[in-house]
Write a protein that binds this ligand. Structure first.
Ligand code: PLP
Length: 350
């Protein structure tokens, strides 16, 4: 899509910022630093992000599905690529693309070709995917990697973290020569004892907050939406569906070409009970007014030099991803992975 076809949302992703974040994370561990690029690199665009990470030095990548792995293999012919959701009836495809699955059940182990590499996924207490510790101890095949995943690493003081490490230690003792990987972004940043041989940061690469009390790295995504119209409703008028927000003053309202169909949360809207989510335009912080529509949203620009055609920031350096996520009862991960597929995409500095 060209910018001539705009009047739309505009998403800018900075692969160089993501690469700088990887370099900063890699400097915080003695282990190899991989990169999690599942879900299209957390919505950022894997075809642009993965080469930037590889150029920064990343050699090992993690995706969720075989399809994502095949897509990534086309971009990175040399990288080690793990498929975290494992293998099903797709062993041939995985092998052809030299993808290494996390095998998470005795059934998956039985199906997987004996001569092909795999990672042994151990459930150390999350009850998501992985063999139980007892099942893992009974495995006779030789995995290329032992992996587990923290359920509560974003809460560093949570007692589950140490309990999971203790369970993992039992399996590691039985596979003494096998390298191990446990840490997501949060554990990389807060649990240096759990780095083992290979760490798997995701969200921190993309500028999201990984753990309570740990500031995020550099923002890498800016979401802006163009002003289609500026209106001047009087005090006492209402804005949007359901007349949910009544204006307390004579106002200027900018109508933006962005909505919940762009992955912008409907709950971000304002009402008489709760101010709308933050936005930023012409150097000034402001907020949404009224409900978020499918394709449109209203922002208060009273007293702000904002005109038709201008762009308003909805997420980015001035509208913190995690602050917006908290305001919307969600997490930065969900906002990033839900980013609009119809907005214009640009890659470069924010
Ligand atoms: C998504 C994921 C990661 C990365 O987690 P972040 O919190 O984004 O750093 C690591 N390991 C597994 C198994 C995952 O599913």
């Amino acid at each position: 899509m060209t910018s001539q076809a705009s009047t739309t949302g505009r998403i800018t992703v900075d692969p160089a910022a993501i690469a700088r974040n990887w370099t900063a994370l890699a400097a915080r561990t003695g282990a190899e630093c991989g990169a999690v690029v599942k879900a299209n690199a957390y919505g950022c665009g894997v075809a642009r992000v993965a080469p930037a990470l590889a150029a920064a030095g990343a050699r090992t990548f993690f995706v969720a599905t075989a399809r994502e792995g095949i897509e990534l293999r086309a971009v990175l012919p040399e990288a080690a690529i793990y498929v975290m959701n494992g293998a099903f009836d797709d062993a041939r495809l995985l092998r052809e693309a030299r993808l290494v699955p996390f095998l998470a059940s005795p059934a998956a182990l039985a199906e997987w070709p004996q001569d092909a590499p795999f990672a042994l996924a151990i459930d150390t207490g999350m009850n998501r995917i992985g063999l139980t510790v007892a099942e893992a101890l009974a495995v006779t095949a030789r995995p290329a990697l032992l992996v587990s995943h923290f359920a509560s690493a974003d809460t560093p003081a949570h007692p589950q973290n140490a309990a999971q490490e203790a369970a993992f230690a039992k399996v590691r003792a039985a596979f003494a020569a096998t390298p191990a990987s446990f840490a997501n972004s949060a554990a990389l940043l807060t649990r240096p004892g759990a780095h083992y041989d290979l760490v798997r940061p995701g969200i921190a690469l993309y500028g999201g907050t990984a753990a309570d009390g740990v500031p995020p790295l550099e923002p890498a995504v800016r979401v802006e939406a163009q002003v289609i119209q500026v209106r001047a409703p009087a005090a006492g008028e209402t804005v949007g569906y359901g007349a949910g927000e009544t204006l307390a003053r004579q106002s200027r309202i900018a109508i933006l070409a962005y909505g919940y169909a762009d992955g912008y949360p409907r709950i971000a809207g304002g009402s008489d009970d709760r101010p709308g989510a933050p936005a930023f335009v012409a150097g000034q912080a402001t907020r949404l007014v009224g409900r978020v529509s499918m394709d449109l949203v209203a922002v208060d620009v009273t007293g702000i030099a904002c005109e038709r055609g201008d762009f308003v920031e909805l997420i980015g350096p001035n509208v913190d991803l995690d602050g917006l996520a908290r305001r919307c009862n969600t997490i930065g991960y969900e906002l990033l992975t839900g980013l609009s597929r119809r907005a214009e995409r640009r890659y470069g500095p924010l």
